[in-house]
Design a protein. Sequence first.
Length: 461
Amino acid sequence: MRTFLITALIAGVVLAPLHTAHAAGNTDETRLVLGVDDCVRIALKSAPELGEAQSDIDLTSSKLDEARSYRYPQLEVTTLFGPAPGAHRQDISPVVATDRSYTRFNQLTWFTSADATIIQPLFTFGKISENMKAATHGIEVDRSRKEQRANEIALKVHEYYYGLMLAREMKELVLEVQESLTKAREKAQKLLDQGSDSVEELDLYKLDAFSGEVSKYLEEAKKGESLALAALKTRLGLPFDAQLEISSQRLIMIDVDTPDFESFVDKARKKRPEFRQISEGLKARSALVEAARANYYPDIFLGGLVSWAYAEDRDRISNPYINDQFKHLNAGVALGARWKLDFGITGSKVSAERAQYNRLLSTKEFADANIPLQLKKFYLELKEAENSAVATKAAYTNSKKWAVTALANFDFGVGPAKEIFEALQAYARMRAAYFQSLYNYRIAWANLDYATGEQPLEKSK
């Protein structure tokens, strides 16, 4: 009996990693009756993890926008305002006067200037295009990561939902055993009061002791139920006092044929987010290697310059040999090349990006080997749960008949109380094992959906 009843705490074991509870204070007294798909849908809408994942996507998208922007002209403007010496034409005509000075403040005037340069990249040997390619694949990596987190959330919802169902099945089983013991105790007391030789006072002590143990496990089953319900509410973003009820009341088998193992592996390679993350990540890393290697080469660009300056007490000089920095208007356009040479810095950056690429290759090898192994584990757990459910159902059915017969014989005074204990223990143990097998079966299916990359709610469509 102890072996079975301890399993009433299974929901508490399953639901150990709980999140911090939301603040109490439910203002909506409407009772929610939700199925497992409804719970998954609500959890996906309220999950903060998906908000974090979306922020990662937005961040990578901004990097793509930044890389794209390097294709367009870049304008730089510098303006100045300050004092300048006065200057007149007669100081250089007919000869250049070399004895003019402006050491006094009253000889100074003011000037203002504006210099604008515009650079239009023409060819960068892949610096821009490869960074754009890396950002594009990086966005796909982040989207796959968000999908993976959604699958993890769906898996947790299934664990909490079926954990609550298991806890309630266990509580109902304990109540059933408790009711049978209460009836047996009442019958034993009646027979004892009538002076029947088939019952001893020792039988009452045994029944009372057994009932006390059952009551203990009933409280533990109630605790497991409350904990499972609280975990489900927390995952859905609901306060503890929310009026929540699940629509599924009994654990049952899924009426579907289990595909062969290889079909699960093929499905995982096509749909699992981790495989897509690695594939897109390798493309992004390859592009970053090429972008780093492009720094060995110059940037070809078309440049333009506009320079203007004005001073109050200065004459404008129109002479290509004389450039007055305080009063002028110049403009020009030219084809240019910008080449930054270093000694080992670029090579180190290329090596670093290649190391990251090689690291991701190792991750791919690990995933290729271990994801099928994970699938194998979940697949075997599913088959084990299927077979265990069939076996334990037959066992608890027969033990139930045994318990009914033992109770009937005791009622007629032809059976000992010991037979009741043994029959009820066998029944409770096998019934609990049956529910545990059903729970394991549903969780194994949820694990397989997660391991194959089945998107939440896709199966229910």
